[in-house]
Design a protein around this ligand. Structure first.
Ligand code: SF4
Length: 341
C-alpha cells in the first residue's frame, strides 16, 4: 500500500504524511513550484518541501507548473480569493497533476494537509468537494488532519487506513497542529503559513496592472518582485530599486529595449523603464529616480538614461517629483494615469 502526498513543506502537509506513515503505509511526495511561491526561508517552496521530505524520510518529486499557474491567474474558473489568488483552480491543477503521477508511482490514494475551514477560499466543504470532483479523484483524497469531519474516503472504507486514528481538526487556529508537531518531535517546520505571492495585496495590485497592460510572462513576473513600481502611461512603467541588491537585480532583469536610469552625481537607485517612452515620459521617469536619490530636497539632479543594450546616453536634469505626484503613479495605489482601476 502506498500513498502519494502533496507536500508544500509547511506544517500541515508534513503532519498529514506523518499520520499516514504511522499507519505503516509507504508515502511518496510531490511538490509544485510556481513563479508565485514565496517560502518563509526565501529559497522557494521546492526547497521547503525538500527539507520536509528529508526530515520525514520520504521520496520527493518537484514539478514546475508555472505556465499553467499563470493561466489560472489570468482566467480562474472559480474566481479569486481575497487578493489575486485563484486557490480552487490552483488546487484542482495540483490534484490533476497528482492523479497523473499517482499511476506512475503506483500509489493507491492521495493525501493532503488540507484542514477544513482553515483557508476561506479553498478549504471549506464545497471547495474540497469541487477540487475532488474536477480533478477526477472522488473518494481518493484523504485529508488526515480533518478526516473525522469529512465523509469516509475509499482508503478508510477499504480498511487501508484506520479512520479512528485520523484527526478531526478544523478552523484557523494552529494550536492543534503545533501540539501534534510537538508530539511527533517535529521541531523545525518551515513555511508554517505557506507562502504565495498571490495572497499579498501589493503583489496582487502589480499583477493586476501587468495583466491589464501587457502580456504576462515569467520575465515580467520576476520584475514584479523587485523595487517600487510606477505606471506612467498605459504603455510605460518604471521600476526603481530600493537598495543595492535590488539595483543589481534590476540590471539582471532588464531586457533589450528597456530604458536604464542611473544618477550621475549622487548615490541613488538604478531604475528600469519598460514600454513606450517618449521625451515626456522619459523625463517623468528621471524625476521619479531623482526623488529616491541621496540629495538635498528640491535640488535638481542629473540622471543618465540609455536604451538597452547599447543606446546613446542622455543626461536629464530633473527636479525630484513631489510625494503627491509620486503616489498618483505608484502601482499599488489607484492608477489614475491610465484610469485602469
Ligand atoms: S495560496 Fe497560492 S499556491 Fe496556495 S492554493 Fe492559493 S493560489 Fe495556489
Amino acid at each position: 500500500m502506498k500513498a502519494l502526498a502533496l507536500l508544500s513543506g509547511g506544517l500541515d502537509s508534513t503532519l498529514a504524511i506523518k499520520v499516514i506513515l504511522e499507519h505503516g503505509i509507504e508515502v511518496e511526495a510531490i511538490s509544485f513550484v510556481t513563479p508565485f511561491c514565496l517560502c518563509s526561508r526565501g529559497r522557494g517552496c521546492g526547497h521547503a518541501a525538500a527539507s520536509a521530505s528529508n526530515a520525514l524520510g520520504v521520496e520527493l518529486s518537484v514539478f514546475d507548473i508555472g505556465a499553467e499557474a499563470i493561466e489560472n491567474v489570468k482566467q480562474p474558473k472559480h474566481g479569486y480569493g481575497k487578493n489575486l489568488n485563484p486557490c480552487i483552480d490552483c488546487r484542482i491543477l495540483m490534484h490533476r497533476k497528482a492523479k497523473a503521477y499517482m499511476k506512475e508511482c503506483h500509489a493507491s490514494f492521495i493525501i493532503t494537509g488540507e484542514v477544513l475551514g482553515q483557508r476561506p477560499k479553498s478549504q471549506h466543504r464545497t471547495a474540497l468537494g469541487t477540487i475532488e470532483r474536477e480533478s477526477g479523484l472522488e473518494g481518493l483524497i484523504l485529508r488526515p488532519l480533518s478526516a473525522g469531519l469529512l465523509p469516509p474516503t475509499i482508503p478508510e472504507k477499504s480498511g487501508w487506513v484506520d479512520r479512528a486514528k485520523l484527526l478531526a481538526i478544523s478552523g484557523r487556529s494552529r494550536k492543534p497542529q503545533i501540539a501534534l508537531a510537538e508530539q511527533y518531535g517535529l521541531a523545525d517546520y518551515p513555511c508554517p503559513a505557506g507562502g504565495c505571492l498571490l495572497t499579498d495585496p501589493e503583489f496582487s495590485q502589480r499583477m493586476r496592472d501587468l495583466m491589464t497592460h501587457s502580456e504576462v510572462t515569467l520575465d515580467e513576473i520576476r520584475l514584479l518582485k523587485v523595487g517600487r513600481h510606477f505606471r506612467l502611461t498605459r504603455g510605460a512603467k518604471i521600476v526603481v530599486g530600493r537598495n543595492e541588491q535590488e539595483n543589481m537585480r534590476l540590471t539582471e532583469l532588464a531586457t533589450p529595449s528597456d530604458l536604464c536610469y542611473e544618477p550621475v552625481d549622487v548615490p541613488g537607485p538604478t531604475a528600469v523603464g519598460r514600454g513606450e517612452f517618449d521625451g515626456g515620459t522619459t523625463e517623468i521617469g528621471a524625476r521619479i529616480v531623482a526623488r529616491y536619490c541621496d540629495k538635498t530636497a528640491d535640488d535638481c539632479l542629473r540622471i543618465a538614461v540609455r536604451r538597452l543594450p547599447d543606446g546613446d546616453e542622455q543626461v536629464i536634469t530633473a527636479r525630484p517629483m513631489d510625494e503627491k505626484a509620486i503616489d498618483a503613479l505608484r502601482i499599488q495605489s489607484v492608477c489614475r494615469t491610465s484610469g485602469c482601476r
